[in-house]
Design a protein around this ligand. Structure first.
Ligand code: VG1
Ligand code: CO
Length: 542
């Protein structure tokens, strides 16, 4: 039986960079999930009988939330829900499922790389029919609806068994529970030379893949150990856990520290890799060398043609604005276009749909291609493996050769987490107001050549997004970018992105911290970070 339940707006249901993300207790509050899910259905107005894909990263509250979404879908005229077994499906696998099954859209339950558990984070994200995150006009419409909601519709009945593969019914709606891995694994097989990667592993190539007790464990085990013949035990922390084993499923140098230490040790395998909570991010570390995500995008772009799925070359490359200019040099050399977009994967969707870009990437460990409309962690690892299998060189050797050819872009991101939101906003406001004066000013050996508040005109649909980060471009190839995070759940997080281009190979082995030291000091004094936020140093450097 369908029930219509009166409700009223709950403040603050505005989706951020990647969906609605809040602390678990907020999601557990009465009507919180129901209001937001009803706002999605009201705003996107799917045709009666439409198909919807639903999956989550398995974090705490995933299973309860799946039940609510199913019951509300049944009460809102959805014809079929394709659900990952146990409520689990990685973000790129949901994207693929939406596309391959021609679903109208999908709902992803995840807070990605944020910590999980009863006091951790949760999130709900709506993806549209191309398989990608809803564009801004859709997320705005959802938010507006949440501010005016008066009732939600829900199926009144017992919870469904979500653990057995097969079809069941909820009222008039079919619930199809699927193996979340199979279709995704089949897609990977069409893109990469699995025989060659198998031969690489057979030749003794060693690897460690840290699934961080998050969603990619079953995918990595099936593909790396199952199909490609990597040694058993290659995948560690391979079981998705509601609290991610008490760890923070963010594959960076801070939270994947033990993997990093292994890669730097005498026992280092040929390749160390990791993915985040929902499987869309990747970390790549060669023996003794961490590959920055910005470099990884450039390297993958320069070598993608070695994989069958990209043998025709690339139509174009897209990167988010804070991502380093390393990929720009590859695009320039290959005579293809480089698109610079605001932060967040939703801005790549139009470029991919229109065939303007083939590869996309972000400095935050996200890389992907036109095979789906999300960034894809395991895909990036497989593309690296394909390249290593063809070139038969080590990761570090390939990276150094790339730097020698294109120059090296030293890069770091400084995060000031959980700072006071008003102080952070005041700091950005003050710096924004000074941008026109900064242009032409000299700091040490370099001069500010350009200073702006990044805005983006989507070349496909003409939409305009402003205030996407403050940029200072210096003579000699250095850059500073300041923006506030749109994914945090406590206070504000200031992100400062630093880069410096170094063409001279004799200087490519210098320490990133030393190379960027002066720029880091300047980033603090210029924006008066301490005065506005009380912080002398960043809380995380990646
Ligand atoms: C961060 C990253 C951004 C990424 C977003 C979602 O956003 O900087 O590059 O697209 O997370 O990633 P922000 O607004 O906090 O800087 V995920 O893996 O959460 O889907
Ligand atoms: Co993620």
């Amino acid at each position: 039986m369908i029930r219509t339940v009166p409700t009223g707006p709950i403040a603050g249901q505005r989706p951020g960079t990647s969906g609605l993300r809040k602390k678990v207790p907020i999601f557990q509050a009465s009507h919180y999930v129901e209001n937001f899910v009803q706002s999605i259905f009201d705003a996107v107005k799917l045709p009666a009988g439409a198909t919807l894909v639903v999956g989550g990263d398995g974090r705490f509250f995933n299973r309860e939330c799946v039940q609510t979404v199913l019951k509300m879908a049944a009460a809102n005229g959805i014809g079929r829900v394709i659900l990952g077994q146990g409520g689990i499906m990685s973000t790129p696998a949901v994207s693929n499922m939406i596309r391959s099954r021609r679903a109208a859209g999908g709902i992803i339950l995840s807070a990605s790389h944020n910590p999980g558990g009863p006091e951790g984070d949760f999130g709900i994200k709506y993806n549209v029919g191309n398989g990608g995150p809803a564009p801004e006009k859709v997320t705005e419409a959802i938010f507006e609806r949440s501010e005016a909601i008066t009732a939600f519709r829900i199926w009144d009945g017992a919870d469904l068994d979500i653990d057995s593969v097969g079809e069941t019914r909820l009222g008039g709606m079919v619930v199809e529970i699927v193996d979340p891995v199979a279709d995704y694994a089949a897609l990977m097989q069409t893109l990469f030379d699995f025989d060659r990667i198998r031969a690489l592993f057979a030749s003794g190539f060693s690897m460690r893949y840290d699934a961080m007790s998050a969603v990619t464990g079953p995918y990595a085990k099936a593909i790396l150990e199952g199909t490609l013949g990597a040694a058993r035990g290659t995948v560690v922390n391979g079981m998705p856990l509601p609290d991610f084993g008490g760890n923070h499923p963010d594959p960076n140098l801070k939270y994947a520290r033990s993997l990093f230490e292994l890669a730097m040790s005498r026992e280092a395998p040929d390749l160390c890799a990791a993915s985040d909570g929902d499987g869309d991010r990747n970390l790549i570390i060669g023996r003794g060398l961490f590959v920055t995500p910005s470099d990884s995008l450039a390297l993958l772009a320069a070598n993608a043609h070695l994989a069958p799925g990209y043998a025709q070359g690339l139509a174009g490359i897209a990167r988010s604005m804070p991502t380093s200019g390393a990929a720009d040099r590859v695009a320039a050399r290959h005579g293809i276009r480089l698109y610079e977009t605001p932060t967040g994967w939703k801005f790549f969707g139009n470029l991919l749909d229109a065939g303007l870009a083939t590869l996309c990437g972000e400095e935050s460990a996200g890389t992907g291609s036109n095979h789906v409309r999300e960034k894809d962690g395991l895909w990036a690892v497989l593309l690296w493996l394909n390249i290593l299998a063809v070139r038969r060189q080590g990761v570090a050797e390939i990276v150094r050769a790339h730097w020698a050819e294109y120059g090296r872009t030293f890069y770091a991101r400084h995060d000031y987490e959980e700072i006071d939101a008003d102080g952070a906003a005041a700091m950005i406001g003050a710096l924004r107001a000074r941008l026109p004066d900064l242009k032409g000013q000299r700091f040490g050996v370099s001069e500010v050549e350009a200073a702006d508040d990044f805005a983006y005109h989507d070349p496909v649909d003409g939409s305009y997004s402003e205030h996407q980060g403050l940029r200072l471009i210096f003579s000699g190839g250095s850059r500073l970018v300041y923006r506030l995070s749109g994914t945090g759940t406590a206070g504000a997080t200031l992100r400062v992105y630093l880069e410096r281009f170094e063409p001279d190979p004799a200087r490519h082995d210098e320490e990133t911290g030393a190379v960027l030291g002066e720029l880091a000091a300047l980033s603090r004094s210029l924006a008066e970070i301490e005065r506005f936020t009380g912080r002398k140093q960043p809380s995380v450097v990646t």
